[in-house]
Design a protein around this ligand. Structure first.
Ligand SMILES: [Ca+2]
Ligand SMILES: [Ca+2]
Ligand SMILES: [Ca+2]
Ligand SMILES: [Ca+2]
Length: 376
């Protein structure tokens, strides 16, 4: 792995980009396009690295204290995989196979626990029935079935880029402000199906959420209602993967809008330390951090963590101001909350190999269990 891009080259890169867009300091101190009167906390005077309580104007009552590591727990790896996906992969009892004892077409029921035409048997939940000895491998395609009998549904990566081609990804909100923001195009080039939605007040519905494996919160254009938040939370708990970015500009909107969704799951952005920059070099060993030593971070926020009794949180990346990369296992689903948006910019994933690897890790982590993960 490379370590050449320490803070200095990264900052130089930032300077180049900032110069390119004619902005003096991009999103660290510039007011960007927003003129919100509720823009709060500029960088505070605290320099001792301690995280203070959230006495900001953030209306999120969950954002209490910044003691992010207090509730962190180790990441379990035993989340239940989603069910109801494969139907028909184990209908192999009709194959003219092994049971050639006396009667070719067996009238006696083999000791097969799965009914062949049952109402959508939960065949993948125990991890063994999809690839029984009767599974006949065929080419894996995106069809919600484990065609090649390796216990992973739709593990297709034609380009060998490390990102599963069968992922359906929704980007909520707008792209970042940098002039070259081809993040969606890049994701599609890795084989995924990507839609940028939620650019207006059209309500989020169950049908919308069910169309996607992963939702990425980009530069949100509004806050979300409690009803929408409840749907998103239930979607995560049922196996969805939710990622959030922030810090697209430096006012309270990039706190309140994402928090309207994620704070219901115990995680929230906190601006009490102002908007600060990295790079992030302090990483915890975790599937999200394989091969990662330094990640761009310009004008971002730290993440408050509240143990809500359901989500199991792991701080995977920190800056002196607090946790800036937090993973959560939430029933069958997962969250990854990151404190900045620069990782989505072309300059980063094009020129810094670790940023691409970071996305490979993120998308693999957020993919539903036993679905659409490819060997690294
Ligand atoms: Ca497979
Ligand atoms: Ca398949
Ligand atoms: Ca791919
Ligand atoms: Ca930022």
């Amino acid at each position: 792995m490379t370590t050449w891009f320490g803070p200095l080259p990264a900052l130089l890169g930032a300077a180049v980009l900032v110069a390119a867009c004619g902005n003096t300091n991009n999103n660290v101190t510039a007011s960007a396009s927003g003129t919100d009167s509720d823009a709060t906390a500029g960088p505070t005077s605290m320099t001792d690295g301690t995280i203070t309580g959230g006495t900001d104007s953030d209306s999120d009552s969950n954002a209490t204290e910044g003691t992010g590591s207090a509730s962190m727990t180790s990441l379990p790896t035993t989340g239940e995989p989603p069910t109801s996906t494969s139907n028909g992969t184990m209908t192999s009892t009709s194959d003219p196979d092994t049971t050639s004892t006396t009667n070719p077409v067996s009238t006696t029921e083999p000791v097969d626990t799965t009914t062949t035409l049952g109402p959508d048997t939960t065949s993948t939940s125990d991890g063994t029935t999809t690839t029984g000895p009767d599974c006949i491998p065929t080419e894996e395609v995106c069809n919600d079935l484990d065609d090649d009998c390796n216990d992973i549904i739709d593990d297709v990566d034609v380009g060998g880029d490390g990102i599963c081609d069968c992922l359906d990804i929704a980007l909520f909100g707008n792209e970042g402000a940098n002039p070259s923001a081809e993040f969606q195009t890049w994701l599609e080039a890795q084989g995924t199906q990507v839609d940028r939605i939620s650019l207006d007040n059209t309500p989020i519905t169950q049908e919308i959420l069910d169309s996607y494996d992963i939702v990425i919160l980009d530069w949100l254009v509004r806050t979300y209602s409690p009803e929408e938040t409840a749907l998103i939370k239930a979607w995560v708990e049922g196996g969805g993967g939710l990622m959030s970015m922030t810090g697209h500009t430096n006012n309270q909107t990039v706190v309140d809008r994402p928090n309207s969704i994620i704070s219901s799951m115990g995680l929230s952005y906190n601006a009490s330390q102002g908007f600060f920059s990295g790079p992030v070099t302090n990483w915890t060993p975790h599937p999200l951090t394989d091969g990662i030593t330094s990640v761009s971070f310009y004008g971002g926020l730290y993440v408050d963590i509240v143990d809500d009794g359901v989500g199991m949180n792991t701080v995977v990346g920190t800056l002196p101001q607090g946790p800036v990369a937090v993973a959560q296992v939430r029933n069958d689903g997962k969250l990854f909350i990151f404190g900045d948006e620069w990782i989505e910019f072309d300059s980063e994933w094009q020129q810094i190999p670790q940023i691409k690897q970071f996305w490979v890790n993120i998308l693999a982590y957020l993919s539903p269990q036993n679905f659409c993960t490819v060997p690294q």
